[in-house]
Design a binder for this molecule. Sequence first.
Ligand code: ASP
Length: 259
Amino acid sequence: MDAVEAAIVVLEEDPTFDAGFGSHLNRDGRVELDAIIMDGATLNAGAVACVEHVRNPIRLARKVMDSSEHFMLVGRGAEQFAAEQGLALCQPEELVIPRELNAWKRCKESNHSPEHHDMRSHGTVGAVARDTQGNIVAGTSTGGTCCKLPGRVGDSPLIGCGCYADSAAGGISCTGWGEAIMKIVMAKTAADFLRSPAGGASLSSQQAAAAAVRLLAERAQGTGGLILLDREGRPGFAFNTPRMAYGYVTDNGTIFTSA
Ligand code: ASP
């Protein structure tokens, strides 16, 4: 749990990605953040959506899971809970960077287009970890899609859509076009692909990742990708976008990253 939270905080702080600081702006020029963390041992989850005053929404998602009786808080209530839990609130402007402000202005002058975003219109972050006891945790954090309507929530913070963890199957974090990912409940679908069917063999981690993305394309005409670990800790990745950055660390500390 700590590893997933820490990894996602690093990515939220890195303006390369569409999560936390440096996220895409909504139609009103504001950052609205969504995040989720899920514990595969208990199937408990904590999620937040539409927060504007929280720099690291994954930390707040963890607080929701650990310190509330609920799974998901949104907007003002989520921010009130953050303050009650002692998380520092930030000013919304602190999350906005010049690159995104320029892209937003260009989208406003003409129409929203990935070209205004240097062709990088997504960049949700996620992490999955398995501990020595075989417990799996997954998390996802996003600024959502650029020029989204205020109040829009995509797949990312929804249990089973942008994230799922079940230590008996695996842990998954998704990225891509949220409205399509929700149609096929992609993270849970990938988890089910990892489960052994009665009397049969389950798909490998790589086959399960590829099958979920194939379903996204075929059934929802969507683009996206996912990272996963199966219940033995074997990684899988798949995407049908031009690129998706990913990497993993083995139990002996060796680091692999995508080119
Ligand atoms: N899935 C995210 C959303 O729809 C966006 C992304 O992954 O880039 O909010």
